[in-house]
Design a protein around this ligand. Sequence first.
Ligand SMILES: CC(C)=CCC/C(C)=C/CC/C(C)=C/CC/C(C)=C/CC/C(C)=C/CC/C(C)=C/CC/C(C)=C/COP(=O)(O)OP(=O)(O)O
Ligand code: 1GP
Ligand code: MG
Length: 232
Amino acid sequence: MDYKTWRHAFKIDPAKNISDKQVEAIAESGTDGVIIGGSDGVTLENVLDLLARFRRFSVPLALEVSTVESVTPGFDYYFIPTVLNTTDSKWLNGLHHEALREYGHMMNFDELVTEGYCILNLDCTAAKVTGVDRVPDEEDVQAYARMAEHLFTLPIFYLEYSGQYGDPQIVRSAKELLTNTRLFYGGGIRSTEQAKEMAAIADTVVVGNVVYDDLQVALKTVDAVKSVPLPM
Ligand SMILES: CC(C)=CCC/C(C)=C/CC/C(C)=C/CC/C(C)=C/CC/C(C)=C/CC/C(C)=C/CC/C(C)=C/COP(=O)(O)OP(=O)(O)O
Ligand SMILES: O=P(O)(O)OC[C@@H](O)CO
Ligand SMILES: [Mg+2]
């Protein structure tokens, strides 16, 4: 299934342990896609391990690239984050430039999908890694949404609250400005009510950490998200 139609996705962290039973439950949950990615501790070895274990199932798989060294063939998509609200150009275009210099000649650009990240939780690993030290306000978020859609024509604008449930009003004000760019929401979903609330606003709802803390709740978010009509 094309990532542009995904309503629900699980994000699975290569740096965390997961059993075969849990992998099966996630892959067979009815989710639209599984994103393999994390902001630290990602290695080729732990990515290959998850790729092999999820590839036994038909669920679409995306590798969200956080280090070039951990990229391997075999995924349906390669999601490439660029952090729009960092002040350190390394995370905006620096690592990307290095990767393209080295491997650009052998990349299949049809498989790459760039995600414009806007990080809103300063306590999450992604914020610490990329030096995001100021929470963007609503007007900042709107500016980044316009940047994603109109300046950079990015396929995905990702509001990243990782570990913290977001502010629906902020998510809504970004969504209202997007037409061609898809809005991914991720962060702190720990109930079907929260999953439904964000599904009514964002195109795609990403569920991560609760998989490790309470798999049964995580699995219930799939139907919760899909029961909500696609936002206009
Ligand atoms: C074989 C084949 C297909 C070849 C393709 C060739 C190739 C090398 C392609 C790569 C192309 C390319 C341009 C790569 C750029 C590489 C790169 C390193 C970009 C930087 C990515 C980036 C900005 C990372 C920063 C952190 C970040 C935003 C990560 C996203 C994931 C995320 C936020 C996870 C959630 O974090 P988590 O760890 O779960 O957080 P908690 O622990 O707090 O929960
Ligand atoms: O882990 P949680 O808080 O669910 O966030 C999901 C995802 O956006 C992380 O990148
Ligand atoms: Mg996580």
